[in-house]
Write a protein that binds this ligand. Sequence first.
Ligand SMILES: C[S@@+](CC[C@H](N)C(=O)[O-])C[C@H]1O[C@@H](n2cnc3c(N)ncnc32)[C@H](O)[C@@H]1O
Length: 364
Amino acid sequence: MEIFLQGTPGLEDILAEEARSLSFSGVQSVAGGVICQGDLAEAMRANLWLRCAGRVLIRIAEFRAMHLAQLDKRARKLDWASILRPDRAWRVEATCRKSKIYHQRAAAERIEGAISAALGITPNPEALIVVKLRIEDDLCTLSLDTSGESLHKRGAKEFIGKAPMKETLAAAFLRACGYHGGMPVVDPMCGSGTFLLEAAEIAARLPAGRARRFAFEDLAGFESADWSAMRRNFSSREAEAVQFYGFDRDQGAITGARANAERAGVAEWTSFACQPLSALEPPTKQKGLVILNPPYGARIGNRKLLFGLYGAIGAVMRERFTGWQFGMVTSDEGLAKATGLTWSEVSRPVAFGGLTVKLYQSAL
Ligand SMILES: C[S@@+](CC[C@H](N)C(=O)[O-])C[C@H]1O[C@@H](n2cnc3c(N)ncnc32)[C@H](O)[C@@H]1O
């Protein structure tokens, strides 16, 4: 079976690298994600472990259809009862591109009709189980979303903060900085603590989705004993000491980030303190990674004032963090330049929060 790992456009290669590191087979980057091969158990494993994927889809059929009657006939041939349960709500989403079938709603209705006939229940627009129909150049692909809620929702983070980084993006940016655990991580403007929680969980080798539910738990082929075993059988590792340091000038953010770390079970290895950037010093002798997403104009704050802040970030890094690695996410090239730092690498643009951001890296 083909599995599609939906990623963040611009960061597909990082997701592919993560999938390879977790031994998924036939890993190949494509626009918007990564394709690999496996069965439902592999899709479950992908949901549980992958940090950089937004969703995991399994392909259930692929065929050509030039008109709606043909689509209807092919859809009715599928063994829906072996895929979906009659006691669980489901719905269909359809997209059509460059195809003779161009009416998305009409195409979705054909699939809905076929499933209803097989299971005896009608679709529910609120359902977590989503059958996706994509028609492109007359080629129809039917997939099943095995994730349900987007995978950036890890299940432990209740405090959100002002402009939180998405967990899947934070994990991808950490990986892009070469972080795989084993070094201290500092976020001087940590907000809700996303970078530090991801970094601590990576270091402790904790599964990303250990605290949440997935849509695959409601599918016909799902075996709860297999799932319980998969969730239990992993060997986490303990950090020897605190390695993850979060600072923010906002006390509310620090209280919230600490509570998030407690809920995620990584509080032992994290330390949070209310402190402005100007007071930042390396919190450990061992050099590691400083990573942050400072405020940027269109989201928070006034761009003119932000020039001073970015200048201060650059000065603190240059003067106090020699030998550390540095990663900064911002939407504004001018602000990145205002740090005065030399970039060893600038990522491809990535859509985030209605803007385009890039990861700027520097060896200090
Ligand atoms: C875009 S948010 C960071 C979001 C965070 N990465 C998360 O995932 O929640 C920027 C943070 O920088 C903090 N901040 C702004 N100016 C600061 C300063 N001079 N010193 C320390 N923190 C500052 C804000 O309070 C805010 O929490």
